[in-house]
Design a protein around this ligand. Structure first.
Ligand code: 13P
Ligand code: ZN
Length: 325
């Protein structure tokens, strides 16, 4: 278990340095092992190497979470992240997993994910602390053979439970696993400032959000050619919003929650982070435009999009290329 003061100390130290570090920290009863990407691991008698923390998928997960924090998308415990482990990753870490505990109901049924393992953020955990104390902030969970229950197999060493948005994460994973033949493994939820701001001034309509975001940055239609879905305000953390979001994930890789944030699905950490980053950047440009004027003097036209689609070999649904009044 890691003491709070060690975490606070490290937070201060590495924030002050203005450099990014990947920190591995584990304590045994008497010793601390500290490893960063700049500092060679210090080994001492009686300390074992943390294989789970050293695995590539955990490192990638921690880096992505910290990148999101540095973007300002994770105030307090805002946002959550989940990753569906590959079978070989499960086998690699299996000897290090905790003995199985009790099964806990997920709150939704995801039979398409029966027996799968996920790395997830903990509910109420701050993204800013993940890099310093991953074993406190993260969990590896296992799903049962019905896809109705989970149990914790690693992490959350100071107690707690997986993110309150676990129903939405798992329902999205189930949809995407099926639709992408297992390629998509990452679901990311962030409180993206500019995208949230737009949900107060644009009609909450998939077609309008997609078109406005596409128009705000040329790369957008290439990065999210299927467009974005929008969910009107709903109570977060439950079954209803999970069902609504997963329904939209059948069509889109991006779903915006009005007055709340964004969900993205992708194959790996880079692609999923890059997708959410691109949508949010475009939203930022649109917020700036709307802050200057309600009328654009010029923009990217439907025919411009058609030319772009041809050259970049993407297909852009005509439903988003309507003529504006
Ligand atoms: P959790 O801390 O339970 O993950 O909730 C954060 C959040 O963003 C809810 O939508
Ligand atoms: Zn949220």
């Amino acid at each position: 278990m890691t003491c709070g003061f060690v975490r606070d100390f490290l937070n201060k130290l590495f924030t002050n340095n203005k450099k990014q570090y990947i920190i591995h920290l584990q304590t045994t009863r008497n010793n601390i092992l500290l490893k960063t990407n700049n500092i060679k691991p210090q080994k001492a008698e009686g300390i074992y190497i943390m294989k789970i923390l050293e695995s590539k998928f955990v490192q990638g997960f921690i880096k992505m979470a910290n990148d999101g924090y540095l973007q300002g998308w994770h105030e307090r415990n805002g946002g959550n992240l989940s990753y569906r482990l590959k079978p070989e990753e499960v086998e690699m870490i299996r000897p290090r997993l905790n003995a199985p505990g009790e099964w806990i109901p997920i709150g939704v049924e995801v039979p398409g994910l029966a027996g799968e393992f996920f790395l997830v953020t903990g509910s109420g955990k701050y993204f800013r602390n993940i890099i310093v104390d991953p074993e406190v902030c993260l969990a590896i969970i296992e799903l049962d053979e019905t896809g109705m229950n989970y149990r914790i197999r690693w992490g959350l060493v100071e107690g707690g439970r997986p993110t309150s948005e676990l129903p939405t994460h798992l329902m999205n994973h189930e949809v995407k696993k099926k639709l992408t033949n297992g390629k998509h493994r990452v679901i990311y939820h962030a409180h993206t400032t500019n995208t949230i701001a737009l949900t107060f001034v644009l009609p909450l309509d998939d077609k309008i959000f997609t078109r406005e975001l596409w128009e705000s940055a040329t790369e957008c239609p290439v990065v999210f050619p299927d467009g974005v879905g929008v969910v009107g305000w709903m109570v977060p953390g439950g079954r209803e919003i999970a069902i609504r979001t997963a329904e939209l994930m059948k069509k889109y890789d991006v779903v915006i929650w009005a007055h709340h944030g964004m969900f993205c699905s992708g194959e790996d950490f880079d692609l999923t982070f890059g997708l959410l980053h691109t949508v949010e950047k475009s939203a930022e440009i649109l917020v700036k435009i709307l802050s200057m004027t309600p009328n654009k003097l010029q923009t990217i036209t439907p025919d411009n999009f058609r030319s772009l689609a041809k050259d970049f070999k993407v297909s852009l649904p005509e439903e988003f290329l309507y003529e504006k009044q």
